[in-house]
Design a protein around this ligand. Structure first.
Ligand SMILES: NC(=O)C1=CN([C@@H]2O[C@H](COP(=O)(O)OP(=O)(O)OC[C@H]3O[C@@H](n4cnc5c(N)ncnc54)[C@H](O)[C@@H]3O)[C@@H](O)[C@H]2O)C=CC1
Ligand SMILES: CCCCCC(=O)/C=C/C=C\C/C=C\C/C=C\CCCC(=O)O
Length: 258
């Protein structure tokens, strides 16, 4: 899938992986709606992107993925400005084992909200033009990260949800591909959760175990994840795939055939 003039929506786009995914889409000619709750960082990123890619290539929209209303409004504004979306990346995510309901609401329910809105606007069966949804899981969506049981659960949920949507799309003919990217530790602000006991709550005592896992897996840089993300967006043969991204390389996950 060539990206020139394609329209993309990325949640949690202001910094970290969302910023990296947005940038690689812009570099490849797409127009990107940058959605985030952090207006200060989001607006400043939009200025940076204006200078690099031109003022009409991106759009910052203040949007909390916990709010169906805000997400709906962000889709409407994107469509008014750039036209209907071809690419949706549900990236926004947090670690909060103390307020774990919030983690579920953002990491899992936010992905479901964003995916269903993408389906509404992209489904070929209802007048859409098809496209691709890439959800952001984690290696913690494929195995346990002991210091964050609820985060682990939400990411397993994202993997299962994405695979089921891909199968539904295949069977029904939505013309939309659904894939999930599952990185190991990446150099972004979320890693600071390790040193914030309020984020890991009752599991903050597992800090040494987490440090060992980080030592074992290493820390990946954002651009290395972005290039794998691009593969899931552009490779039209990929639907229902979970792509594990490790420092040593990436691989498509083989799930047990049941
Ligand atoms: N950095 C890592 O080691 C890994 C991160 N991930 C996932 O990558 C995704 C992005 O995280 P990072 O870039 O690492 O972290 P980050 O903390 O740097 O970025 C997260 C972004 O999401 C935004 N955000 C948070 N809550 C939001 C909400 N309710 N609505 C809209 N935006 C919201 C934040 O303002 C921020 O811009 C998350 O889903 C995370 O779980 C997955 C595997 C590894
Ligand atoms: C401080 C926590 C940062 C969390 C960000 C994140 O999502 C990072 C996850 C990195 C690794 C997860 C660790 C362990 C996962 C366990 C097993 C993986 C098994 C993979 C498989 O294919 O079976």
């Amino acid at each position: 899938m060539a990206l020139t003039s394609k329209v993309a929506i990325v949640t949690g786009a202001a910094q970290g992986l969302g910023r990296g995914f947005s940038e690689i889409l812009l570099q490849n000619g797409a127009k990107v709606a940058l959605l985030d709750v952090n207006e200060t960082v989001g607006k400043s990123l939009k200025e940076t992107f204006d200078n690099q890619y031109g003022p009409d290539k991106s759009l910052f929209l203040s949007c909390n993925v916990e709010s169906e209303e805000q997400l709906k409004a962000a889709f409407q504004k994107t469509i008014q400005t750039f036209g209907r979306p071809h690419i949706m990346c549900n990236n926004a995510g947090i670690i909060n084992e103390s307020n774990w309901e919030k983690a579920v609401s953002i990491n899992l329910m936010g992905v479901v909200r964003g995916t269903y809105l993408a389906l509404e606007h992209m489904n070929k069966l209802t007048g859409g033009q098809g496209g691709v949804v890439v959800n952001v899981g984690s290696l913690a969506g494929l195995g346990p990260l002991p210091c964050t049981p609820v985060y682990t659960a939400t990411k397993h949920g994202v993997v299962g949800f994405t695979r089921a949507m891909a199968a539904a799309s295949d069977i029904s003919g939505y013309g939309i591909r659904f894939n999930v990217i599952c990185p190991a530790f990446v150099q972004t602000d979320i890693l600071n959760a390790l040193y914030q006991p309020e984020k890991t709550g009752q599991f903050s005592s597992l800090i040494e175990n987490t440090k060992k896992l980080i030592e074992m897996y290493g820390i990946i840089e954002v651009p290395d994840v972005s290039k794998n993300f691009l593969q899931l967006v552009t490779d039209e043969t990929k639907n229902g795939e979970a792509l594990a991204v490790l420092q040593k390389g990436c691989s498509y996950v083989t799930f047990p055939a049941l």
